[in-house]
Ligand binder design. Structure first.
Ligand SMILES: Nc1nc2c(ncn2[C@@H]2O[C@H](COP(=O)(O)OP(=O)(O)OP(=O)(O)O)[C@@H](O)[C@H]2O)c(=O)[nH]1
Ligand SMILES: [Mg+2]
Length: 373
């Protein structure tokens, strides 16, 4: 029997493959601008929402802190934190800086689509502040209503009557009620921050929604939902690899299908890892030993033994259908593992292990066959 053995790839080869897969399958990041007066709590809000990517040194104590535009970014989101309007700066100057920034990020150049600002969080300090003419000007003239949310910050220090008055003033400035949200820098504690996540999620373009949901730390359920919603894209990745495998299996040249089949499966695994945001380190720890075990067995030899009624054709080649179903089953196996990894990460649990379990493989094999009917 011809053995379809999996050449063991080096960590470096995997990293290169994953890098490429991230480019092709990684989710587009949303760009969010946060703008408002100095000291209104912009940087604190970002920290409450994104957690560790903001250094606590970036939060002001008594003097304006953020200079120009700081950019906080991860694989999933990019947030521009603007410096607030300071004493000595005229409102015109402040408005004009904001206008220039928006203009330079709303270029009609499709190749710069990555730089567009998808959403603006405009902050107005809750306790003790007023809605100023400058706030109104920015809200009405600079930012478009479709992508603006007004955050009334430091809500922890506001009385109920004060909240209502402030909300009314922002409504009078032309902002829809559901886009006015009371926020606070209390980590995990403020209901408003969760509302801000939900409202932002709704307003972002579809392509960026998943990345945003995953990036934020406030709404765990939203993050989990984003992981489960990746199943559709995962199916597409698996289907592409299956099509390739069927094409390879359809021209059986004994022995020589093996490297091709393995290459298409390797690409599929890297694409799924990119889709589920599996970092290189996690991949090395969990996946490489699994793949090594798989190489230690052999695809045609050992896997097929577990599948009743399936054998190899003359010369050891496997049929197109079997090549396809094996690839589909492997895709489901790996996808289910990556999904578990992504959920464990959200729940702050250690990464699960991926055992090489032939019975489990058989389950996925049957599941895949059933899904194809
Ligand atoms: N009570 C309370 N204080 C807050 C809250 N958010 C921020 N602060 C405080 O307000 C001050 C200013 O916060 P920053 O986050 O630096 O404000 P900023 O808008 O980024 O200021 P600039 O960078 O100067 O424009 C700090 O002392 C924060 O601790 C909040 O939700 N509640
Ligand atoms: Mg700041």
């Amino acid at each position: 029997m011809t053995e379809i053995s999996r050449k063991q790839m080096t960590e470096k080869e995997w990293e290169e493959l994953m890098e490429q897969a991230r480019k092709e399958n990684g989710v587009p990041r949303p760009n969010i601008l946060i703008c408002g007066y100095t000291g209104s709590g912009k940087t604190s809000l970002i920290k409450a929402i994104l957690g560790d990517i903001v250094d606590s040194k970036a939060i002001g104590t008594g003097e304006p802190k953020t200079q120009d535009f700081d950019c906080y970014e991860s694989d999933l989101v990019r947030i521009y934190d603007s410096k607030g309007m300071e004493n000595g700066e005229t409102e015109e100057q402040f408005v004009s800086v904001a206008r220039e920034f928006i203009k330079s990020h709303q270029l009609n150049d499709p190749s710069k689509v990555d730089d567009h600002i998808h959403l603006v969080w405009y902050t107005i300090q809750g306790p003790g502040a007023r809605v100023t003419d400058c706030d109104r000007k920015l809200i009405k003239e600079i930012f478009t209503p479709q992508n603006l949310i007004v955050c009334i910050t430091k809500a922890d220090g506001m009385r109920e009557g004060q909240k209502q008055a402030m909300k009314q003033a922002v409504k009078d400035a032309g902002v829809r009620e559901e886009r006015i949200i009371f926020t606070s820098d209390e980590e995990g504690g403020c209901i408003g921050n969760k509302e801000l996540m939900e409202c932002s999620f709704k307003m972002l373009p579809d392509a960026c929604k998943d990345a945003f949901a995953e990036a934020q730390k406030v709404d765990i359920e939203l993050r989990k939902k984003a992981v489960y919603q990746k199943a559709t894209k995962a199916k597409g990745i698996i289907a592409t690899a299956v099509t390739a495998a069927i094409a390879i299996g359809a021209t059986p040249i004994p022995g020589s299908d093996a490297p091709l089949l393995v290459a298409s499966q390797t690409g599929m695994i890297a694409s799924l890892a990119a889709l589920y945001g599996i970092a290189n380190e996690a991949f090395k720890v969990g996946m490489i030993p699994f793949l090594a075990k798989l190489a230690g067995t052999t695809l045609a030899g050992s896997l097929l033994k577990f599948i009743p009624g399936v054998g190899t054709m003359a010369g050891g080649a496997i049929s197109a259908t079997i090549a396809g179903t094996l690839t589909g089953a492997m895709g489901l196996y790996v996808k289910s593992y990556f999904e578990k990894c992504a959920i464990a990460k959200i729940e702050g649990k250690p990464m699960p292990e991926i055992p090489w379990n032939p019975e489990l493989f058989l389950q996925f094999y049957n599941q895949y066959k059933k899904e194809q009917k």
